[in-house]
Design a protein around this ligand. Structure first.
Ligand code: IMP
Length: 409
């Protein structure tokens, strides 16, 4: 099935360029749709202080207007000798409605007043993807040099002034293909492609990979109970970057249920086996507002009609406890790319059964069913639990599943 993603830009060239990059990265089931095809032109004020803010503003505005998964970008040029300018003002450095030539002239003038004819500089591009459950960011940079004269006639914007490191041609002297493979936008799009592949929630991973969902439940329990030998053997079977990313996500999320020491030990074990994804590739900057927003969306998805009651209960205990749970748990951790919500919930169910946390186990068994897990999936969890934890944990899970199912409408 093809997934549609709206691209929050009026520039059809960008849509084409992003499509080509995603295809090159092996994404064939995503159709990028220009926003003009869905809602027509839309004024979005880009008044953020950072590229990340602006990409988020654009993606959020279009996501809210369409309700569809949305991708937005923001980019610009940062010149060292100008203290990072023009930065987020790159498109309007010479004023609103300025042409590319006007903006280049403004850069030339600013550099002259600093007595510089050349300066280290970088192009930056931030991509932001939003769907009902997740907000993802990727960043791409292209380091190089800005010279005050223009050379070449290709490209756009500041291309005639920019020479990327390792080359002696300006961007404006390269073919679009040459520029795409090294450009800031190309790099951000390649990282986004990795995350979008990982997000593909409907795919049956067990048929394409060495690690099944059952294995991910095993990894979760092994992390919680401190069983490095299990993690080592699973790590060795993680065959490709996607599998490594998924294993990393499972081990990472275990800290919410089993604590930091457990998660740190197991991430280190997986890393030593040479098989865990480098977490640094997937670190997001801390954005409490963003985490709260997507945490609420995810929580609503998991808890459905009980969501409001649950929030009211936490609110009575303490509003800050409610926020903390949404931000730290659902927004910051469980909304990351790499695992489908159903897969995350089944891993959580396995951990909670292993640890004998009966009341949270009840909630998460209910949550797993609400996000599409079947009774067969829960039986699979029971088998993993009996294999790694023995009879008592198995009985707890079995009785909890029975209790939840018997109450289901
Ligand atoms: P936006 O991301 O569409 O808001 O573009 C910001 C501005 O940054 C553009 O209008 C250009 O001036 C500049 N810019 C961004 N990427 C490039 C590039 O690849 N080459 C030249 N200029 C760029």
């Amino acid at each position: 099935m093809t997934r549609k993603i709206v691209v929050a830009t009026g520039n059809s060239h960008k849509v084409q360029e992003l499509s080509e990059i995603l295809n090159r990265c092996g994404i064939s089931d995503v159709e990028l749709v220009p926003m003009s095809a869905v809602i027509g032109p839309m004024e979005i004020e880009e008044d953020g202080q950072t590229f990340q803010d602006n990409a988020h503003l654009k993606a959020m505005a279009v996501f809210k207007a369409t309700g569809l998964a949305t991708l937005a970008d923001d980019s610009g040029l940062c010149i060292d000798v100008l203290g990072g300018d023009p930065g987020v003002r790159s498109a309007r450095y010479a004023g609103l409605g300025a042409s590319d030539a006007d903006n280049r002239a403004a850069v030339r003038a600013a550099m002259a007043s600093n007595g510089a004819s050349s300066s280290p500089a970088r192009f930056v591009c931030v991509l932001c993807y939003i769907d009902p459950l997740r907000t993802l960011f990727t960043v791409g940079e292209s380091l190089g040099r800005i010279d005050v004269d223009d050379q070449g006639s290709g490209g756009f914007g500041y291309d005639p002034m920019f020479t990327p490191d390792g080359f002696d041609q300006r961007y404006a002297e390269m073919t679009p293909e040459e520029k795409n493979t090294i450009s800031h936008r190309g790099r951000a799009a390649e990282r986004m492609a990795e995350l979008l592949i990982a997000l593909e929630s409907d795919r049956e991973y067990s048929s394409v990979s060495g690690l099944t969902l059952e294995d991910l439940c095993r990894a979760s329990i092994a992390s919680a109970l401190g069983r490095p030998e299990v993690i080592e053997s699973l790590s060795r079977r993680a065959q490709d970057p996607l599998q490594r990313l998924r294993l990393t996500e499972v081990l990472l999320q275990s800290y919410l249920f089993a604590g930091f020491p457990a998660a740190l030990d197991s991430l280190a074990t997986a890393h030593a086996a040479g098989r865990s994804s480098a977490l640094s590739d997937h670190v997001e900057s801390y954005r409490a507002d963003l985490f709260e927003e997507r945490g609420q969306m995810l929580c609503r998805e998991i808890y459905g009609s009980v969501y409001d009651k649950m929030m009211a209960r936490f609110e009575t205990i303490s509003p800050s406890m409610r926020s903390w749970m949404i931000i730290e748990g659902y927004g910051k951790t469980l909304s990351r790319a790499g695992l489908a919500t159903r897969e995350r919930e089944l891993c959580i169910v396995s951990i909670l059964a292993a640890l004998g946390r009966s009341s949270q186990l009840y909630s998460h068994v209910r949550g797993a069913l609400a996000v599409g897990a079947t009774e067969d999936d829960l039986e699979m969890c029971q088998n993993v639990v009996v294999e790694l934890c023995g009879r008592r944990a198995y009985d707890l899970l079995q009785s909890t599943v029975r209790a939840v199912v018997s109450k289901a409408p």
